[in-house]
Design a protein around this ligand. Sequence first.
Ligand code: 8YV
Length: 329
Amino acid sequence: MSKPAVLVCRAVFPDIVDRLREHFDVEDNPSDVVWTPAELIQRLQGKAGVFITGTQPIDTALLDACPQLKAVCSMAVGYNNVDVPACTAHGVVVSNAPDVLTETTADFGFALMMAAARRIAESEHFLRSGAWSKWSVDAFAGTDVHGATLGVLGMGRIGQAVARRGALGFGMKVIYHNRSRLDAAIEAELGARWVDKEALLRESDHLVIVVPYSAASHHLVGAAELALMKPTATLTNIARGGIVDDAALAQALRDKRIAAAGLDVFEGEPSVHPDLLTVPNVVLTPHIASASLPTRRAMAHLAVDNLIAALGFGPHAGHPPTALNPEAL
Ligand code: 8YV
């Protein structure tokens, strides 16, 4: 009997592809070409499953054009690139990759927040430029992290892991805003207090954004919100581009409306708003918050576990462990 065919959209670790080859005829992408939607549709013809990352859009047009597709398995936790209701309507199961990247992503969010607060990137550029000629009392004096107020916008798994670092490691006072409040026991463990969005913006010394992207979170932080923040505050975004209005943020940084920012995600990435590239008080990284090698491997393995199970193989046949719409099966 011939094996079902699957597509791996981007270059991944060779042993990941080998695991898929045990069950499937695999077309992979070792040269890591970013396929256009039309190329993706063409390669998906006759494929029962697809391994994607957080960057391939999966929409109705693609689903209509690929009637044999049964499973879309992503190695990202965020799934705003996938139209899950459309997949369900087409009988296509979708999975994401939660939990395995929580701690690594929280580590990075904390690092970016600290780099912004303590002006690490800005001062490193100064040193590398050869401009360092003497010690000065206020050179690159930033803001303290320990004992400050940490504001978390979006208190899911990663938000809670950031809060835990702040509260337990740095003695920070933690406030958060989320549509739903945490259980009282978790609030007590994290020492976290729910506040409305306006209070979060006004009271945070360091605001970390960890909310999923959706139409409702588009430009959740723009000029009006930035105007509420303290001039000494920092803003860190490790969630998705588009949640922060990047043009408004660049202006606020230039005007010193807020002190500094740390950004791992951008509207329209991999393009970055040109004004962000010229303001000095922002640390910019290319969407790498989950990028420790063990975590990227764990994310890819989880997507493979899901793909194997969704197409009826392995120990969890028929029950992909982190399906978002198991009812589609
Ligand atoms: C990934 C992410 O690097 O998991 C997510 O939602 O944004 C990142 O961890 C990327 O999307 C992997 O495809």
